[in-house]
Design a protein. Structure first.
Ligand SMILES: Nc1ncnc2c1ncn2[C@@H]1O[C@H](COP(=O)(O)OP(=O)(O)OP(=O)(O)O)[C@@H](O)[C@H]1O
Ligand SMILES: [Mg+2]
Length: 257
């Protein structure tokens, strides 16, 4: 097994998007998007509101079908892909759906093991231990028994991160997962992602509006505004291009130290 993804070293392709175009109605949302993500890469996906980021993620997950182009996951056509336990996903704003939902934090996290059960059934004890470990990873172990709807927004978000991690996925797809999460938890989460990437070869695709923070964390930056405006290492990213992507000048490239 290879360890991590040293500079210049490329793992096998995990996501292959080729010539994808999509529209919900008349207006094109994505136009001719092509993108390959390799094993162990940490990709930050940025772009203004409505630029098609969440739509692209939903296409990757087979939740939307593009009008043109192809998507492959782990080398397999996404429409035929069945190993969903290999993919952890945190949708944008899952907390809204959780309000008033009666499941406890631990039960929400355990749901992240469902896809895995089709491969190998875990004993109740193994399940419990995994759920506890995942909750501990996001610092929510003391809230395991609380109904998700009665946690704060940031706490709920942490539970959804735990649900995405509990099945030990090979690919994490995160749509603004840190919205509303406090700074220490964000820091810890990035440290955790980097460790999983190094130790387990985890591949990460993360949408964020926090361009300053993610350019300091990711191996690859992708700027989307219906089309791909940039795809490469963040250090090659010319802030002038942000204005081009966003359609107006933005001063938000502040590397974290
Ligand atoms: N279910 C839907 N039906 C019709 N149009 C939609 C639907 N979902 C999104 N859109 C439209 O598609 C475009 C892209 O939306 P998308 O959610 O992919 O943007 P985004 O880049 O994720 O934005 P944000 O940064 O605000 O999350 C927007 O113009 C949006 O209005
Ligand atoms: Mg979105």
């Amino acid at each position: 097994m290879e360890n991590g993804n040293a500079a210049g070293e490329r793992g096998e392709p995990v996501i292959e998007v080729e010539g994808v175009s999509f529209s919900y109605g008349e207006e094109p949302v994505l136009e001719d998007v092509s993108l390959v993500v390799h094993r162990g890469e940490f990709v930050g996906l940025v772009g203004p509101n409505g630029s098609g980021k969440s739509t692209l993620l939903r296409i990757l997950l087979g939740l939307q079908t593009p009008q043109a182009g192809t998507v492959r996951l782990f080398g397999q056509d996404a429409r035929r892909f069945r190993q969903w336990w290999r993919v952890g996903y945190v949708p944008q704003r899952p907390a809204a759906a959780a309000a008033g939902f009666p499941a406890t934090a631990a039960e929400v996290v355990r749901a992240g093991l469902l896809a895995r059960a089709s491969v190998r059934r875990l004993s109740p004890r193994e399940e419990r231990e995994r759920v506890e470990r995942a909750l501990a990873l996001v610092g929510m172990e003391d809230h395991a028994g609380r109904p998700i709807g009665r946690l704060s927004g940031g706490q709920q978000q942490r539970v959804f991160l735990a649900r995405a991690l509990v099945g030990e996925p090979d690919l994490l797809i995160l749509d603004e997962p840190l919205e509303g999460v406090d700074a220490p938890t964000q820091e810890r989460f990035y440290v955790l992602l980097q460790r999983l990437r190094r130790e387990a070869g985890l591949t990460i695709l993360l949408v964020s509006h926090d361009v300053g923070v993610i350019t300091a964390e990711v191996t690859t930056l992708v700027c989307l505004n219906r089309r791909l405006f940039f795809h490469g290492p963040p250090e090659r990213f010319d802030p002038g291009r942000v204005a081009e992507t966003y359609g107006f000048p933005v001063s938000m490239i502040t590397h974290r130290h």
